[in-house]
Design a protein around this ligand. Structure first.
Ligand code: SF4
Length: 297
C-alpha cells in the first residue's frame, strides 16, 4: 500500500483513520514562511485515470473492510478543477459506496477560484469537509508568514464555502510571531476570526520549525526565536479571553490537543471559554507545561 504514496504524506490529525488518496502532489501556494511540508515537491495534479486506478487498488486492499472516511491529499487538493474533482468524487462514490465523509485540504485561493455553484456541486457529489489553514486573524501576522491573503478575505471565503453545506475545519498557530515581535494583535485578531467564521471545528496548533523554511533561516540568523512555552499559553489565554460570546453564530468544536501543543485543551466555543482559561491558569501556576509535548505542526 505504501508504494501508492509519494512521500512525505501529511494529513490532519483527525484523519488518522481515514483512507488517504493522493490526487495532487505538493501545495500550489508553497510559500508560507513556517511550512516545510512540501518544500521538496513540485505541485502536480495527478492524471484522473491514474487516480481511478489507485482508487481501484485501494478497494482491492480494503476488500473486506468498510471505508468510512477518505481524505484527499496533498496540501491543496481543493485547487483541482471542479470538473476533475467532481469526476473523482463520483468514482469514489461508485467504488466506496459506504464512505460517509470525503475531506480535503484547501487554501483560501482555491475557494476563491471556485464559484458557489461549483462548491455546491462538489458538496452534492460527496465533499463534506475542507481543512483550511487560517494561521492567524491578524493581517500583519498573515503578511509576516506570506500567507498571501488578508483576514477579511479569509472570513468572506470561509462563509462562502460553509453556505454550500461543506463543513470547515480551520487551524490557527500559537506562538507565530515568535519571541521578538508583539503577539497581542495576533492573539486578539485570532479570537475575532474564529468567532466571525464560526466554523464547525477550530484548532490551535503550536509552531515548530523545520530546516528549509524561511522562519527557520531567520532563527539561525538570530532574527527570530520561539516563544517560550508559558508565553504561548498566555497568548492562548488572551485569544480565549478576547472572544465575544455574542459574535459566535454557532457552536464551534475547539481543540488544542495536538502533539505540538504545550497543554491539551478541548471544548466547545463559546460555552467552555472560562473553563479552558482556568485550565491555562492552572497549568501556568503549577508549571504543568509539557515542553516535550510537541512533534510537528
Ligand atoms: S501552510 Fe498550507 S498553504 Fe502554506 S505552504 Fe504549507 S501547505 Fe501550502
Amino acid at each position: 500500500m505504501y508504494d501508492l504514496y509519494d512521500f512525505p504524506l501529511y494529513r490532519p490529525p483527525s484523519e488518522a483513520y481515514s483512507l488517504i488518496i493522493q490526487i495532487t502532489l505538493g501545495c500550489s501556494h508553497n510559500r508560507c514562511t513556517f511550512c516545510s511540508m512540501y518544500k521538496d515537491k513540485k505541485f502536480v495534479i495527478k492524471p484522473v485515470e491514474e487516480i481511478k486506478k489507485e482508487i481501484d487498488t485501494f478497494r482491492a486492499i480494503y476488500k473486506n473492510r468498510p471505508v468510512d472516511k477518505i481524505f484527499l491529499a496533498d496540501g491543496d487538493a481543493l485547487i483541482v478543477p471542479t470538473k476533475i474533482l467532481a469526476e473523482i468524487l463520483d468514482y469514489i462514490k461508485l467504488v466506496f459506496p459506504e464512505c460517509q465523509r470525503v475531506s480535503v485540504y484547501g487554501t483560501a485561493i482555491a475557494i476563491h477560484q471556485k464559484s458557489t455553484d461549483e462548491l455546491k456541486l462538489l458538496y452534492e457529489k460527496g465533499l463534506t469537509l475542507v481543512y483550511l489553514g487560517v494561521e492567524s486573524g491578524d493581517n500583519e501576522a498573515l503578511k509576516f508568514i506570506k500567507k498571501g491573503i488578508k483576514a477579511e478575505k479569509i472570513v468572506e471565503l470561509s462563509k462562502k464555502i460553509m453556505n454550500t453545506g461543506i463543513e470547515l475545519s480551520i487551524t490557527l498557530i500559537a506562538g507565530l510571531m515568535g519571541k521578538y515581535q508583539d503577539n497581542k494583535n495576533h492573539a486578539i485578531n485570532t479570537a475575532k476570526i474564529i468567532q466571525e467564521i464560526s466554523p464547525k471545528y477550530a484548532s490551535i496548533l503550536n509552531l515548530r520549525l523545520y530546516e528549509g523554511t524561511e522562519l527557520y533561516k531567520l532563527m539561525q540568523e538570530g532574527k527570530y526565536d520561539y516563544l517560550e512555552g508559558v508565553e504561548v499559553l498566555k497568548e492562548m489565554k488572551l485569544t480565549l479571553a478576547s472572544m465575544d460570546r455574542e459574535k459566535f453564530t454557532r457552536k464551534v468544536i475547539f481543540r488544542a490537543n495536538h502533539a505540538s501543543n504545550y497543554l491539551n485543551l478541548k471544548g466547545n466555543l463559546p460555552d467552555d471559554i472560562d473553563r479552558m482559561i482556568a485550565e491555562i491558569d492552572n497549568a501556568i501556576e503549577h508549571e504543568a507545561i509539557d515542553v516535550n509535548n510537541y512533534r510537528f505542526l
